[in-house]
Design a protein around this ligand. Structure first.
Ligand code: SF4
Ligand code: SF4
Length: 256
């Protein structure tokens, strides 16, 4: 008898991304069809993100009302909506391994993104936007950062960005911080480490690109909470982008 995957704590399995079959488009489409068909019969994740409604609309709006009636070219419409949060896998899906259906929706989306990337179908603008460490370098430079923020908020620039980078002119855009979080972070006071029952009593902080370059206030708030609770912390010595934006593009070599 098969066991439901999420009757126990879900486990993340390694991606078989170096297997040549991983990039075989025919095999990918076969797997997408198999996974989409199971989701079509389940629909439990419809409220999680726009990926599932996109899939179900494609199914419901074709005459067969089945996955087989969906044009395979449209599969990427579904894939493009997934931002790899893992929520469906970790919290909802009853068919994750060890279930015999072995369903891993986010990894299937990632495989499709990786195939798209390998085919050279990811454009320069998407790659540039995913290089958060590159444009984040402007944060904290006096005058430059104010100038960039001011220019980025003008209608002319937003129109240019829409045309050249595909960033919707009405979309909210984070501004660059006048001081990077890592530069302005308060040093930890000399609190004694008091281990909890299950957790160590000290914290190493990896600030992330967003907090470091765009929203340092989130990081400073965290430091205040730790200090209030007398928990010692350090900022990790070296920090670079975790690679999530590149992963979302399917650039697996770029984040390996
Ligand atoms: S991993 Fe993708 S499909 Fe699953 S909930 Fe997150 S965004 Fe949606
Ligand atoms: S990922 Fe799992 S739970 Fe979510 S719709 Fe598909 S089969 Fe259902």
């Amino acid at each position: 008898m098969s066991r439901e995957g999420n009757l126990e704590a879900p486990t993340r399995h390694a991606l078989d991304w170096q297997n040549p079959d991983f990039y075989d488009e025919e095999k990918l489409n076969h797997e997408l069809e198999r996974v989409f068909d199971i989701c079509h019969g389940c629909r439990r994740c419809v409220s999680l993100c726009n990926t599932f409604p996109t899939l179900f609309d494609l199914i419901d709006n074709n005459p067969t009302m089945e996955v087989e009636g969906v044009d395979k070219k449209d599969f990427m419409q579904v894939v493009d909506q997934c931002y790899m949060c893992d929520l469906c896998y970790m919290t909802k899906c009853p068919y994750t391994p060890p279930h015999q259906w072995n369903l891993d929706f986010p990894h299937t989306m990632l495989r499709a993104k990786a195939v798209k990337y390998k085919k050279g179908e990811v454009g320069f603008s998407e790659k540039l936007l995913a290089s958060t460490d590159v444009h984040g370098q402007f944060a904290g430079i006096p005058i430059v950062v104010q100038t960039i923020n001011a220019v980025n908020s003008t209608k002319i620039m937003r129109n240019v960005m829409e045309k050249t980078l595909g960033v919707d002119k009405d979309a909210w855009l984070p501004s660059f911080a006048t001081e990077k979080f890592r530069h302005g972070a308060a040093k930890s006071e000399g609190f004694v480490v008091k281990d909890g029952a299950k957790t160590p009593g000290k914290v190493a902080i990896y600030s992330t690109c967003y907090v470091n370059y765009n929203e340092p206030g989130i990081g400073h708030d965290l430091l205040k909470v730790l200090a209030h609770n007398e928990i010692p912390y350090i900022l990790v010595d070296k920090e670079q982008c975790c690679g999530m934006p590149k992963l979302e593009l399917g650039d697996l070599d770029g984040v390996a």
